[in-house]
Design a protein around this ligand. Sequence first.
Ligand SMILES: [Zn+2]
Length: 372
Amino acid sequence: MKDKHISLGKLLGIPINLDYSWFLILALITWILAQSYFPQEFKNWSQFAYWFVGLITSFIFFLSILLHELGHSVIAKKYKIKVRRITLFIFGGVAEIVKEPPKSSAEFWIAIAGPITSFLLAGIFYLLQIASSGNEYITAAFQYLAYINFILAVFNLIPGFPLDGGRVFRAIVWAITKNFKKATNIAANTGRFFGFFFIMLGVFQILQNNFVDGIWIAFIGWFLESAAMSQIQRQALNDLLAGHQVEEAMSQDYGIIYPDSTIDEIIDNHFIGANRRCLLVKDDNAIVGFVTPHQLNSVSKDERHFKTIKEVMIPEQTIIKVTAKSQLLDALKTMDENGVAQLPVVEDDEYVGVLSRDSVIRYMLELHRIGH
Ligand SMILES: [Zn+2]
């Protein structure tokens, strides 16, 4: 799932990425504009003109989405919250904000900044449309851009999390109840409601023979529902693991291996024999590296009998590790950010265990069983 994007460099210090799925939506919108929207409004253009104006217009539309996301980002930065990156993808754009806003007012302003940007853009394009009335092609483009930015702003203000409107809604509930958890749950459940609503609306459209619109609306509904649901699950996970430390969930079941062993030996003795997923590599009483199934699998089958551990291990200096006393939730975040499933645990510079997704799941089940 990683690296499914092209990086476009940085704006205001924020990396801008283009997910490959974006090309699909660019093509779809260009096609709708060139073959349906413009021909209906403007009858006597050439085919080339329909496609050309369609393509330019959809590019500017995505530029508008980028500005919408930058709107969120600028306000987030004002509140000293880092924006990890902005990604344009099939459902538009997303500004990944590293942490939840510290207070309801921050959440409110960060969330509302996007729709405000889109409303402003709609207004600007509307004025440009009036100003450009001499040239039909340019007027057509501005007219669509004014319309679509307005729709974008209104759609995003639907009060279901994780849409901007849902975040605004959460900020308001949060300010009133002073309870972030409760506010998140209410806003996320509203998000699920709107998700189901769009799925039904989409199905209804399909039954009315509006096939493309229907699929699209249902698709957006599904996206909204699953994003809201994963927020609810994340909240439940946070509740369960908050306050717990890495040492409670880590496992001491890791193997110690030596740098000169061959890959074959290690697979036979540790993975197949003992079913260990994490191995520390030891040389002269010091840990010099770390190995997980990922490194071993990267070696082809016919090379495994002569390639040695030291050729594939993660060297000690570059091992991503956590301390035994750190918060479990922070450790999970570290795993996510680095795309790894295991983290060696250290205490006073000594390796004392391994935290893996498996060990966290086991620990969660235990917490759940004893009623936490
Ligand atoms: Zn937004």
